[in-house]
Design a protein around this ligand. Structure first.
Ligand code: ADP
Length: 286
């Protein structure tokens, strides 16, 4: 079998994307899509826009706003449209390809969710069809100039992961972020993700531990509900010599924000989860 004839077209299409980041998780339900969406919101956030900081910003000093794309290739459970408030949107075909759906001028989203007849429709597709769609998302979408392209992948290490790595071979993947929860089972799955990345030679930007303590909505105090395994993400990172990006506590308001399709970072700037998340974003940016 020779090289895929579409590879040069994918490489050409993505030549205008500066950083490509894959978001992985060993299991479903650990908050991978929430993390991807929030990272998209945070990277696209214009600091000069915020009412609270407007007074302190020197316009000549401000860094330019980043252009961000999010592509959701979780073909079996596309949740990005809902989390990003784009539930009833559709993609459009143009002369140049498919145009993504925009949350705002500098935040574009592409998801299989936009192509389903209704949001409860199950996607039961065989491998080749899924791979074909992933390929189209990379080859045919008019992303234009992007500073970041975030790829939300399915849980585990599946054929879809192999496809995406294969398709991005010519375009330099920046690296992968692995999202996990503190429980040991999730952590065991993380080892598989790490091994996968090493095998396919995708650099690991780091591990994020999500839902690692509980923030009481009343007193805002944090309880470590998974106490025996707390710190597991950091330990695993040390043991496997992978950077540890940080822990995000469990805050029930995150689920609420996701359900209504708004960024929890902006809705709840006082949440310890927001503070933790912003720290992680800074590490990813640099
Ligand atoms: P995955 O993509 O890994 O399957 P999701 O991002 O869909 O997981 O998250 C699963 C659920 O957990 C969602 O309802 C989401 O709102 C919630 N969630 C994610 N992170 C947190 C957190 N830190 N605190 C509270 N709820 C969270």
């Amino acid at each position: 079998k020779g090289p895929d004839p579409d590879l040069p077209r994918i490489t050409e299409r993505l030549s205008t994307v500066r950083r490509k980041i894959l978001i992985l998780s060993g299991k479903g339900g650990v908050g991978k899509s929430t993390f991807t969406a929030s990272l998209g919101f945070a990277l696209a956030h214009d600091p000069t826009d915020a009412d609270d900081t407007a007074d302190n910003i020197d316009a000549t000093d401000a860094t330019p706003v980043s252009q961000v794309g999010v592509v959701d290739i979780d073909v079996c459970g596309p949740s990005i449209p809902k989390i990003m408030g784009l539930e009833n949107e559709q993609i459009h075909q143009t002369m140049a390809g498919w145009s993504p759906v925009y949350v705002q001028d500098n935040l574009a989203v592409m998801s299989i969710g936009f192509m389903l007849p209704d949001k409860d429709a199950a996607v039961i597709w065989r491998g080749p069809k899924k791979n074909g769609l992933i390929k189209q998302f990379l080859r045919d979408v008019e992303w234009a100039q992007l500073d970041y392209l975030l790829v939300d992948t399915p849980p585990g290490t599946t054929d879809e992961h192999l496809s995406i790595v294969e398709y991005l071979k010519g375009s330099n993947i920046d690296g992968a972020i692995i999202v996990t929860t503190p429980q040991e089972v999730a952590l065991q799955d993380v080892r598989k993700e790490i091994n996968f990345c090493r095998k396919v030679k995708v650099p690991i930007l780091g591990i994020v531990e999500n839902m690692s303590g509980f923030v009481c909505p009343g007193c805002k105090g944090e309880s470590l509900i998974f106490a025996p395994t707390t710190g597991g993400g950091r330990r695993l990172a040390e043991e496997t010599q992978v950077p540890f990006l940080g822990s995000i506590p469990l805050d029930p308001r995150i689920g609420k924000a996701c359900d209504s399709g708004v960024s929890f970072l902006e809705e709840y700037p006082d949440s310890p989860a927001t503070t933790a998340f912003q720290d992680i974003v800074q590490k990813i940016k640099t």
